[in-house]
Design a binder for this molecule. Structure first.
Ligand code: MG
Length: 261
């Protein structure tokens, strides 16, 4: 069922979204060589719970054991934080996190660079972030879900990258995963109609090589079949009569650039 959120629900999701954006920024700043993904997970859980009434959405969801999904290099999504997984110079680390406040969820992700990464990796990250922006720009009331996927797919495939098909974005609200599904591929004017008050997570997963993925024997970690790098960026957005409003924004606007005098 597709749900329409009240203004009060949307504002709770924006509060959860601030926590998501802030925890992602925190984890990105601590994603340096020698740190384990388990340490990052502890930090994230502590940060989320330091906000009155806030809880990590992932912990226990379908039995997932952690606050963050941490996916390194050819891991696409759903990597499990581990004491044994240390970040190394040149890695890319995809971090996915959800936060819940007042019974409403927000979901966000980014791929962080650990130290200096290869030019190819950097371009993959930049392109995936650009694909997300294109998807958000295509999301509007009276449009269709296919408008989003088509926009994401065009940006990614123009660079020759593979768009993951098996995993998709989703509606989000009182349930972490709601209808409709939001694929990162498709055709304009196809799929469910978007309506003001819908809240959806748009989350391109883009591979440097081919699009195919498989799940490791831990039953969680999804990796590229060809071993190529993969990137993941995600925002939760509210569909309005005037385009899409990003709910997973930092609580503080970035500091203004100092002006020369
Ligand atoms: Mg999501």
């Amino acid at each position: 069922m597709i749900t329409i959120k009240s203004p009060r629900e949307a504002e709770l999701m924006a509060r959860a979204g601030h926590i998501v954006a802030d925890v992602l920024a925190l984890v990105r700043s601590r994603a340096v060589p020698g740190v384990s993904t388990w340490q990052l997970d502890l930090l994230a859980e502590e940060f989320i719970r330091s906000h009155d009434g806030a809880t990590p959405s992932f912990k226990g969801l379908y039995g997932f054991p952690a606050t963050l999904c941490t996916s390194i290099n050819a891991e696409v999504v759903h990597g499990i934080p581990s004491r044994k997984r240390m970040l190394a110079e040149g890695d890319i680390l995809s971090v996915d996190v959800g936060a819940c406040i007042g019974g409403l969820h927000a979901d966000g992700a980014l791929t962080a660079m650990v130290g200096e990464v290869s030019p190819g990796a950097r371009k993959l990250l930049e392109t995936t972030e650009r694909a997300l922006a294109a998807g958000i720009a295509a999301a509007r009331a009276a449009g269709h879900v296919g408008d989003i996927g088509s926009a994401v797919q065009q940006v990614a495939e123009a660079e020759g990258y593979g768009v993951v098909r098996e995993l998709v974005g989703h509606g989000i609200g009182t349930q972490f995963h709601e209808e409709p599904q939001i694929p990162n591929y498709g055709f304009p004017h196809r799929g469910p109609r978007l309506m003001a008050g819908m809240t959806i997570a748009i989350e391109p997963m883009i591979n440097l090589g081919r699009p195919e993925v498989r799940t490791l024997p831990d039953k969680w970690t999804v990796v590229t079949v060809d071993g190529s790098l993969s990137a993941h960026f995600e925002h939760t957005v509210l569909i309005t009569g005037n385009g899409a409003r990003i709910l997973t924004l930092p609580s503080q606007a970035p500091a203004a650039q100092p002006t020369a005098v």
